[in-house]
Design a protein around this ligand. Structure first.
Ligand code: SF4
Length: 400
């Protein structure tokens, strides 16, 4: 099979905040040392909802890249790039659109939700309907094995898998496929070739899933095979088609959810966010003025942490003993709200200190970020071009 690879992107539509950090970036930082990762700025996706005012996209793109680096994304481990600099995403999107049933796009649950949530925008556009297909192209073009997502994005990955499957079914039929596959079987060596044929028969005639898995594992280990022969043999196991696009798996992220200052989802548009690189003074002021349990009108009134957004911050930021101190102190009116908020303020400031430090060199010299992205664009484009060569060939477009 193709090498394991994680692909994920974010839309540059404004300042990044701590909700993004706890919800996604922390996972990216963990994954970057576990397997090859490609992280991209989804600027074309930003246009699907900001087509009438694209002015924030450029600034948000560079700010977001500094935020990623500040948070701990390491460009020596992960590839960072900008979607619109890899035109092959658009080409694959267009080609996939030819064979994608409209109903697949219309039934994506977030499509209707977003249209309702953003009722002030006219989203009855071709681009907005097609954005899950562009997402599919973003991932399939790198033959990603995994896409990190929250629960709400799982149907998108499911659709990506259906699109890849359909593409392989429609275009994986190569001229002389069987002869080429049989020649590739011989390259396995006589012992392994015999085993491959037995396992293939076991799967195709008896539906033996264990035989299929054993054969796949054997192909994974067969270092002597070229990538194309390996793909032919994977396809030959299950039928008579080559696997050109890879079906990615959804990797559910175990994100801790940090709500906004008012307890709703953290979002710049709600005015309840703490920016990723917020000044200390602003952090202090924002947390000090956070709403608390409405029943605690006076210092002497007992409160209930479950009704208080500050408690949700303690759940992300405080250790066991501090959480116990909050629970007891709040319910007995033993502590005041200002006192209760201080450990949260301290923890956020401590979390952000290394982020400010890491960001500084990039703020002093923006050409450093440009250089990182130029390298990332080049590396990503190389991978995208490899896939597009196979896609064009499979669709009969490699003439002229
Ligand atoms: S003591 Fe803490 S948890 Fe209780 S209401 Fe005040 S801020 Fe909220």
């Amino acid at each position: 099979m193709y090498p394991d690879r994680v692909v994920s992107g974010m839309r540059p539509t404004g300042t990044m905040h701590l909700g993004h950090y706890h919800g996604a970036l922390k996972n990216w930082i963990r994954m970057q040392s576990e397997q090859p990762c490609l992280f991209f700025v989804a600027d074309w996706h930003a246009l699907t909802t900001h087509y009438d005012d694209p002015s924030i996209i450029e600034k948000s793109t560079w700010d977001m890249l500094v935020d990623w680096l500040a948070a701990g994304i390491d460009p020596t481990q992960a590839t960072l790039f900008i979607q619109s600099k890899i035109p092959e995403h658009a080409e694959l999107h267009l080609l996939l659109s030819m064979a994608t049933p409209l109903g697949w796009l219309e039934r994506v649950p977030t499509y209707k939700d977003q249209i309702e949530n953003l009722a002030n925008k006219d989203l009855a556009t071709y681009g907005f309907l097609g954005y899950p297909l562009l997402q599919a192209a973003d991932v399939l073009i790198y033959r990603a094995s995994e896409v990190p997502v929250g629960d709400d994005q799982v149907p998108h990955v499911e659709m990506m898998r259906e699109i890849a499957r359909r593409f392989n079914y429609l275009y994986g039929k190569e001229k002389g496929f069987e002869e080429k596959a049989e020649a590739a079987v011989k390259k396995l060596g006589s012992k392994r070739a015999k085993l491959y044929n037995e396992l293939r028969t076991g799967y195709q005639q008896n539906g033996d899933e264990a035989a299929l898995e054993q054969a796949k594992a054997m192909l994974d280990d067969a270092q002597s095979l070229s990538m194309i022969d390996r793909e032919r043999l994977f396809g030959y196991l299950e039928g008579s088609r080559k696997l050109i696009l890879v079906e990615p798996q959804a990797k559910l992220t175990e994100a801790s959810r940090l709500p906004g200052l008012d307890g709703r989802k953290m979002s710049k548009s709600y005015g309840n966010a703490i920016a990723l690189r917020e000044d200390k003074e602003v952090v202090t002021k924002k947390v000090r003025t956070m709403p608390t349990d409405p029943a605690r009108v006076r210092r002497t009134d007992a409160g209930e942490p479950q009704r208080c957004p500050v408690w949700q911050f303690h759940q992300v930021y405080s250790d066991g003993p501090t959480q116990e101190w909050v629970q007891k102190g709040c319910r007995s009116a033993g502590i005041g709200c200002i006192e209760c908020k201080q450990p949260v303020i301290d923890a956020i400031i401590k979390e952000q200190e290394p982020m400010h430090e890491r960001a500084q060199p990039y703020l002093d010299d923006p050409s450093l970020v440009r250089a990182i992205v130029a390298d990332g664009n080049e590396a990503a484009r190389k991978l995208a071009q490899e896939t597009m060569r196979d896609v064009r060939e499979a669709m009969g477009l490699n003439y002229g």
